[in-house]
Design a protein around this ligand. Structure first.
Ligand SMILES: Nc1ncnc2c1ncn2[C@@H]1O[C@H](COP(=O)(O)OP(=O)(O)OP(=O)(O)O)[C@@H](O)[C@H]1O
Length: 357
């Protein structure tokens, strides 16, 4: 009988897959108590019964609230934490049977732990990613150097290459550590919150880069993030851990449609809007106002009014108690509940005025 645990992935029941990928079967992740007081071998499972697949050529995003178990799962997938049960296959090979050297050629990891780069330059730090490929001396060949330069360029960090890594900002260091993982030329890359320290354009750029690397190079990329809206736009697949420690897997749209996204993240003041794929503040309007403004101003006006507890009239809410108009010269005309009209300039003056209504 064939040992299916060691066979590479090929076409799957629901579509063609590239060889490789990462698969879990009945995986349980968590911690074993180290304190003798809690009893030797006592286990604290965080997530159990995980049958997950991250396909080669796809960006898989791991989402979930704080403490849901994302880091625990990623640490288990890369072999840093022993599973409490079940199996993990990376590129068709059983993780438990793979030597650390063989694993290092297949799998690269960027975790959230602080890294002390000592006196290394950013280029040298990225160059550490080549270690699984260098020989006994650890000396980099021309091909190794080319891989390092490519990886620095790929994450937009070539300008940092000669800087001491210890002097980099959090966001700059994050880029260089991502370059180190890419320089490893792995089949599978696992990244724990790689965008946490990045500014908004850099978050988008790194997420899109990871998706493109997956597509163009056939990499299996699994990333945990709190950038929910970005992830739902860019990810090919999502693993979503909900508050009951259930993991939902599928395309972003599948999970939005099933209500899993709203179920995991909706809170007293926050509600997910499936139509726009974004979160909005959840607040009961204290009153409504009629609004007459051009289409490009309307969404901003609606947002500013909502912040002050006012809804736009005529959408099934309470009847209008005032009016906001636009005079075409960047001026808003407010007509209060008492019928008096006053012009205001800008949204700040608008919100301060309606706050008194
Ligand atoms: N070393 C540890 N020993 C025991 N329990 C731990 C350990 N590290 C984390 N935990 C617990 O495991 C659970 C999952 O934590 P984990 O760090 O995996 O969550 P997370 O989804 O990555 O959270 P966040 O979004 O806040 O980073 C939490 O209840 C946490 O307290």
């Amino acid at each position: 009988m064939t040992d299916t645990m060691t066979e590479p992935l090929t076409d799957t029941a629901d579509g063609p897959g590239r060889p490789g990928g990462l698969v879990t079967q009945g995986l349980a992740v968590g911690y074993r108590a180290r304190s003798p007081r809690r009893g030797r071998g006592a286990e604290r499972a965080v997530l159990t019964g995980l049958d997950l697949e991250a396909r080669a050529g796809e960006l898989t995003v791991l989402l979930g609230p704080n403490g849901a178990g994302k880091s625990t799962l990623l640490r288990t997938l890369c072999g840093l934490l022993p599973p409490l049960g079940g199996r993990i296959r990376i590129g068709g090979a059983d993780l438990a049977q793979t030597s650390p050297t063989a694993l290092a050629r297949r799998l690269a990891v960027v975790l959230t732990d602080r890294v002390d780069p000592g006196l290394l330059s950013a280029r040298e730090l990225a160059g550490l990613g080549r270690h699984p490929h260098t020989g006994f001396t650890g000396r980099l060949t021309a091909a190794d150097h080319a891989a390092v330069e490519w990886s620095l360029r790929a994450v937009g960090a070539e300008h940092l290459a000669d800087r001491p890594a210890a002097e980099l900002s959090d966001g700059e260091r994050q880029r260089v550590l991502t370059a180190r993982a890419l320089a490893q030329e792995p089949e599978v890359v696992l990244l724990d919150e790689p965008t946490a320290f990045l500014d908004v354009p850099s978050r988008v750029a790194l997420t899109v880069l990871l998706r493109d690397l997956a597509r163009d190079r056939g990499l299996t990329v699994v990333v945990s993030t709190h950038d929910l809206e970005l992830a739902l736009r860019v990810a090919d697949a999502v693993w979503l851990v909900d508050r009951a420690s259930r993991v939902h897997a599928g395309a972003p749209e599948d999970l939005v449609r099933s209500g899993a996204v709203a179920g995991a993240f909706d809170a007293d003041h926050l509600a997910f809007d499936p139509a726009s794929g974004t979160f909005g503040l959840h607040r009961t309007a204290r009153a409504a106002v009629a609004v007459d403004a051009p289409a490009d101003v309307l969404p901003l006006l609606e947002r500013a009014l909502a912040r002050e507890g006012l809804a736009v009239a005529g959408r099934g809410g309470p009847p209008a108690e005032g009016k906001v108009g636009w005079d075409g010269a960047d001026r808003l005309i407010l007509t209060g509940p008492d019928g008096r009209s006053i012009p205001v300039r800008g949204f700040h003056e608008l919100t301060r005025t309606v706050r008194t209504w």
